[in-house]
Design a protein around this ligand. Structure first.
Ligand code: PLP
Length: 370
């Protein structure tokens, strides 16, 4: 019997996620599995909650990693905070805003969406006008739109949402651990992220945090949370308190990985990590310029960790990407939806955001585009 795992060659992951995983995280994943109610494991869980709070700058008690990828975090926020008929406003400028709209609609919410051009940010004036017209139960937006490379003005939207009375939900899947996220200062009530982007952990967990207002909404629900697995009122009984109550068997080794990933960021210093992402972004942009490649997004609203590049006319999108992977073991992403065939997405997330990786990609692209 041939074991296919033995032939896997580690690619350089420079796409929209997953990103490169550090040796220390791989080692953490291989640490012997403890029982999910073992006091030693519970002590690790408490540290993980504290580390997440530090990375998103919050004091929220309800801060836990959900078992599942970023979309499970998205779903967790909606299923716990929305009841049938609730009024929800979703601000959309890419794939992940569109996914939020879909999730809210499936829960029977009354969903209004404002659609902005992909590749441009949410326009504050448009949001202000909408919020002046109607009161919402929840307003949702993506911080770092991975599908386009655009950063949305999350802090400024937060100021507008305060006056409306709505809860404010922000997707920080791609921003957490790579750029500033100030949950409390920005008036965010619910936030979710994912492990496979700037945390540089394999996919599988989704850090989620709820403000006291969000917890209030959860505890005063008229109806049960419609999803058993993601019901935070039960999950929190496992993640807090002196006597832990079994809900589902925690993915122990994935949580070791998350522990180590957060630990490494905090050890390097969050500010230093953010600075490294910015510096690597600037380096990448200048190197791309030398190759005659242009960015898709206007400079002031570009994400450092997700760079959308215009594919030059006449260049075979899929051909270049598949040769990069096959011949050079480098993965970059293509465009999604209306941007398919028009952009490449180069990720500089977490462990990937290093000079030597940029150099390796540039050398490969130089040969390929010649
Ligand atoms: N939100 C954003 C901004 C993302 O980039 C992604 C994944 O790329 C998701 C949500 C969904 O996360 P996952 O694919 O881990 O379920």
């Amino acid at each position: 019997m041939q074991n296919k795992l033995n032939s896997i060659v580690q690619p350089l992951l420079m796409g929209p996620g997953p990103s490169c995983v550090s040796e220390s995280v791989y080692q953490a994943l291989a640490i012997p599995t403890l029982g999910h109610l073992d006091p030693e494991f519970i002590a690790l869980m408490d540290d993980i909650k504290g580390y997440i709070r530090k990375l998103i700058k919050t004091d929220n008690q309800l801060t836990v990693p959900i078992s599942g990828t970023g979309s499970a975090g998205m779903e967790t926020c909606f299923v716990n905070l929305i009841e049938q008929g609730d009024k929800v406003l979703v601000l959309i400028n890419g794939v992940f805003g569109t996914r939020m709209e879909d999730v809210a609609q499936r829960l029977g919410a009354e969903v209004d969406s404002i659609k902005f051009e992909w590749g441009t940010p949410v326009i504050l004036d448009t949001v202000r006008k909408q919020l002046a017209q109607k009161n919402y139960d929840l307003v949702a937006v993506v911080h770092a739109e991975t599908s386009t490379g655009v950063c949305n003005p999350v802090a400024e939207i937060g100021k507008l949402v305060i006056d409306n009375g709505a809860l404010y939900l922000v997707d920080c899947v791609t921003s957490m651990g790579g750029m500033e996220v100030k949950m409390d200062d920005w008036n965010i009530d619910a936030l979710y992220s994912g492990t496979q982007k700037c945390l540089s952990c394999p996919p599988g967990l989704s850090p989620v945090s709820f403000s006291d207002r969000a917890v209030g909404k959860l505890t005063n629900r008229k109806t049960k949370v419609p999803n058993w697995y993601l019901d935070l009122s039960m999950i929190t009984q496992y993640w807090s308190g002196s006597a832990r109550v079994y809900h589902h068997t925690a993915p122990i080794n994935m949580l070791y990985g998350l522990y180590q990933a957060c630990f490494s960021i905090l050890e390097e210093g969050l500010e230093n990590v953010i600075k490294r992402h910015n510096e690597m972004h600037i380096l990448l942009v200048s190197e791309l310029k030398i190759l005659g490649l242009e960015l898709f997004v206007e400079e002031s609203v570009r994400l450092p960790m997700l760079n959308a590049i215009k594919i030059p006319n006449g260049v075979d999108d899929a051909g270049v990407r598949s040769r990069l992977l096959k011949d050079c073991h480098i993965e970059i992403g293509g465009g999604l939806g209306p941007l398919a065939g028009k952009i490449w997405r180069i990720g500089l997330m977490g462990e990937t955001a290093k000079k030597e990786n940029i150099q390796r990609l540039m050398d490969a692209l130089k040969t390929m585009l010649r």
